[in-house]
Ligand binder design. Sequence first.
Ligand code: CP3
Length: 349
Amino acid sequence: MTSSSSLAASPFLAACHGQRPDHVPVWFMRQAGRSLPEYLKIREGTAMLDSCFETDMVVEITMQPVRRHGVDAAIFFSDIVVPLKAIGVDLDIVPGTGPVVADPIRTVGQLDQLRDLEPDDVSSITAAASALAHELGSTPLIGFAGAPFTLASYLVEGGPSRDHRRTKQMMYGEPDLWNELLGRIARIAGQFLRLQVEAGASAVQLFDSWAGTLSLADYQRYVQPHSAAVLDAVADLGVPRIHFGVGTGELLGAMTEAGADVTGVDWRVPLDEAVRRIGPDAIVQGNLDPTTLFAPTEVVHARAAEIIAEGAAARGHIFNLGHGVLPATDPDTLTRLVDFIHAQPVPGP
Ligand code: CP3
């Protein structure tokens, strides 16, 4: 078997295509970094955003959880603000806080800095994706980008926000500026996904972490067309597109209609209920509450077994957490969970 045919037969890609693999595939959002001692060691002395442009570091950090846990997919080590940094937006990732933008975008005159992303802007990053595709062999590499709403929130607020007040102020009050801003972000995010796939990623995930702050009507009116543009930018490349948000139980149908092949579900909505909301062809990813990983092993595994049973309602199920791995998580808990999931029989339809 060539490596590309064994890649296509990987449990992760099979499930993304609605086939039933030998075991339920599993990977974890934020599996790279955070809880791993080998990650903390390699990152010593290098700022988060600098590390994302260091080819060797990106390769090593992406590989660490694959080696340690035996997960079914690698998530590219990067961040949602990396393409913005790559085109020269003045921003940083502040430890314990998140992305902070020096000059928050509030006026049309500030939009020029959001120029298109060119391959040269991210050549050290695409070099890492190529090296990883080679090193990973039959384990798929997932590329990713931040969705327009979530990135706009950081750009407009200037940093993390609880209520997204200024973002919504622009959305409701200056729709032309809003659409121009999200349109530009969508182009950048779409280009970033394309470049990762062309370099060797075999799936992509669009993270709309803060979309759950929107009503369905507002999501459809102000956000969905721009997220659809990002997903459409890679439609011709034939890779599965995962679309994920937090607190997005009311948006699952709309996020799928934006052009997702796989819908990410957080822990608030059981997977069988998610399938009812999306439709019988749903392929879902999720959805163990990340804080469950601090419970006794038998509780973690009992909950995981329930999620696998609930996932049987979908045409395909990729096991994941309902959001990212918390930094305090014991890595051994993740390894044991992967082993447990791999040992479970795949439920029939
Ligand atoms: O393991 C992975 O999933 C791979 C890489 C990854 C990172 N960020 C690395 C990172 C991914 C997929 C992201 C996506 C991301 N970044 C999202 C969407 C996913 C989500 O969790 O909702 C968002 C909203 C961001 C923005 C961001 N970057 C935040 C909120 C933070 C946390 C700040 C903190 O320290 O609490 C970051 C920093 C960040 N991104 C870290 C990592 C490993 C931690 C930085 C460090 O180790 O110094």
